[in-house]
Design a protein around this ligand. Structure first.
Ligand SMILES: [Zn+2]
Length: 316
């Protein structure tokens, strides 16, 4: 079967990194040309994670009003539905856009409205994940957790933390995730993207149901065993992982080893525009470069069904 015809699930997709250049151009009144594409799409290999992150500046500028948030969510859902994604979880950090005249609640409600409109228009199921940011204050991150709690079950399905993992390790966020657990909010934590297996271990200890990337686990067979035993979902994003250097040039992408270790692996886009990718390309990479068979692609889909934060994932 052709990958494009497979029903697909994308559990790790950032809103700001996945907006079409046309959408950004329209929002900011810019010409949609090669210069804009260069500002939005990262090269195949970035000099650093910092270089990759420069591509988020224009999208964040464009996410400046509640209406833009609603339209942005619709834009990503349209792209996903067009390549036969049947369920996706779109994540973003509300606090990056909060200003005096744009409150977090207004952003949340607009994104939920976009989700409602997009799922109806494109016949796709979807949920939102709100991200705390590693560099932000405890107060701001707690506000994101409370925002998640307030809208959980109304389109919002989970909580996450993103940002500079090397500078702000998971040990700083034990209380935040303890509270998320006490609220019974499903959460994933970006961990092991910067080489720290310890961050992955801590994420599992805090009760994360899923790990964003998890690449550093490959260095620690005991941790891989633990992740398999506890049925932790690993959200892998091949193109992005090579771009940011999480997986070095010439290194084998560790998805095959994780699968063989019985780990619940999913394959995702991370950032459709910044990484110039989609689910079809990511799964093609797995089949063509890692030699995954159709039944393994089907297993990855089944893992994503199991790991989805939505209330009734089996109905996907
Ligand atoms: Zn991510």
């Amino acid at each position: 079967m052709e990958i494009k015809d497979f029903p697909k699930i994308d559990l790790h997709c950032h809103l700001d990194g996945s907006l079409r250049p046309e959408w950004i151009a329209d929002s900011l009144g810019l010409p949609c040309d090669d210069a804009l594409s260069k500002q939005l799409c990262a090269p195949k290999r970035c000099a650093s994670l910092a270089e990759y992150l420069t591509r988020f500046s224009l999208p964040l500028q464009a996410l400046s009003t509640a209406d833009r948030f609603a339209s942005a969510v619709e834009d990503v859902l349209a792209q996903a539905a067009a390549e036969h994604v049947v369920y996706t979880e779109i994540r973003f950090a509300p606090m990056l856009s909060v200003r005096e005249d744009l409150r977090a609640e207004a952003i949340a409600e607009a994104a939920i409205e976009g989700l409602r409109r997009g799922t109806k228009a494109y016949g796709i199921k979807a949920g939102l994940i709100f991200c705390a940011m590693r560099h932000m204050s405890e107060k701001e991150n707690l506000a994101v957790l409370e925002l998640t709690r307030k809208y959980l079950g109304q389109g919002v399905v989970g909580f996450d933390i993103a940002g500079d993992e090397a500078a702000f390790g998971n040990e700083r966020f034990a209380d935040l995730f303890k509270k998320a657990g006490a609220y019974d909010i499903p959460f994933t934590i970006h961990s092991g993207e910067c080489g720290s297996a310890e961050n992955v271990r801590l994420a599992i200890e805090y009760g994360a149901r899923r790990i964003g990337h998890g690449i550093a686990m490959i260095k620690d067979p005991h941790l891989m065993e633990l992740a398999a035993k506890k049925r932790i979902g690993i959200e892998m994003c091949p193109t992005s992982n090579y771009q940011t250097g999480a997986v070095k040039d010439g290194d084998v992408y560790p998805l095959r080893q994780f699968l063989d270790a019985g780990i619940c692996v999913s394959v995702n886009t991370d950032n459709r525009t910044v990484s110039n990718t989609d689910m079809t390309r990511e799964l093609r990479f797995c089949r063509e470069r890692l030699g995954l068979k159709d039944e393994e692609v089907a297993l990855i889909h089944q893992n994503s069904v199991e790991m989805a934060f939505a209330n009734a994932p089996t109905r996907i």
